[in-house]
Design a protein around this ligand. Structure first.
Ligand code: MG
Ligand code: MG
Length: 270
């Protein structure tokens, strides 16, 4: 059952989403060769608690940390470790916050030092997939329209769209109905209505779409060992249109980059 949110609930969720956004912006300044993902995890947990939130992932389904940190061929659900990041790595950081009874859930794939142009292109196209998915999240469309546009754009570039993991409704629970696959057919699935809040999160692989789980019981990796990218935003449907509750603006500010995206980069810093 889908729990549609009131405008008041959406405002509370915006605060949770923004705390995740600020946490990722804080981490953006710390990510460099030699730094471990476990160090980033400790920084994030402290930052979230200092700002009145609780780490959303810590203890959820017995996950041991506050961040999912997925390096290179890891797609999602990587467990933070002491292994130092290396020049040329990419690291997808997925972060959840629980605050005022509502969750935020938001992810970004960061470059570590100098990254191969082929991988940079994967990151850019995956951000474009996210934009296209967000733009499809509006009244008049259905849930699978989101994945249709994500999949079409990714596959045009020869990339693999992960099937086994999907976006989701978000609210008082981290994972609510509906599931939001990153693939689909036009005009299929539930009608999109005002008050819907979903986490849209394309997971796009440089090579095959096929993945497997490591023996740690968490990490999902690409079957061919090629890199994978993951970006996620929390999106509410307001007055028929998508409103992005999270923002990459803090990340762009930290990295000194100009946002390429009109949807997610232009949100003013509160
Ligand atoms: Mg997430
Ligand atoms: Mg999610």
């Amino acid at each position: 059952m889908i729990h549609y949110k009131t405008p008041e609930e959406i405002e509370i969720m915006r605060a949770s989403a923004l705390l995740v956004s600020k946490t990722l912006g804080m981490l953006a300044k710390e990510i460099k060769p030699g730094v471990s993902s476990l160090y980033l995890d400790r920084l994030a947990e402290t930052f979230i608690r200092d700002h009145g939130g609780v780490p959303g992932f810590l203890g959820m389904y017995d996950f041991p940390n506050s961040l999912c940190t997925s390096v290179n061929e890891q797609v999602v659900h990587g467990i933070p470790s002491k292994k130092p990041l290396e020049n040329g790595d990419i690291i997808s950081i997925d972060c959840g916050v629980f605050m005022n009874n509502f969750y935020g859930d938001h992810a970004y794939t960061f470059e570590v030092g100098e990254v191969d142009p082929e991988v940079k292109r994967l990151l850019k196209v995956t951000r474009e997939c996210l934009e296209l998915g967000i733009d499809a999240c509006r009244v008049g469309n259905r849930i699978e329209d989101i994945g249709y546009f994500v999949q079409q754009h990714a596959e045009q570039h020869g990339y693999g769209v992960v099937r086994e993991l999907v976006g989701h409704g978000l609210g008082r629970s981290m994972h609510e109905d509906p599931q939001v696959p990153n693939y689909g057919r036009r005009g299929r699935g539930k009608k999109i209505k005002d008050g819907l809040v979903v986490a849209i999160e394309p997971m796009i692989n440089l090579g095959t779409h096929r993945v497997k789980q490591l023996s740690d019981g968490w990490s999902i990796v690409t079957l061919d060992g090629k890199p994978s990218a993951h970006y996620e935003h929390d999106v509410a449907v307001v007055n028929g249109k998508p409103e992005v509750l999270s923002t990459f603006a803090y990340i762009y500010e930290a990295l000194g980059e100009t946002p390429e995206s009109p949807v997610t980069g232009s949100v003013p810093l509160p």
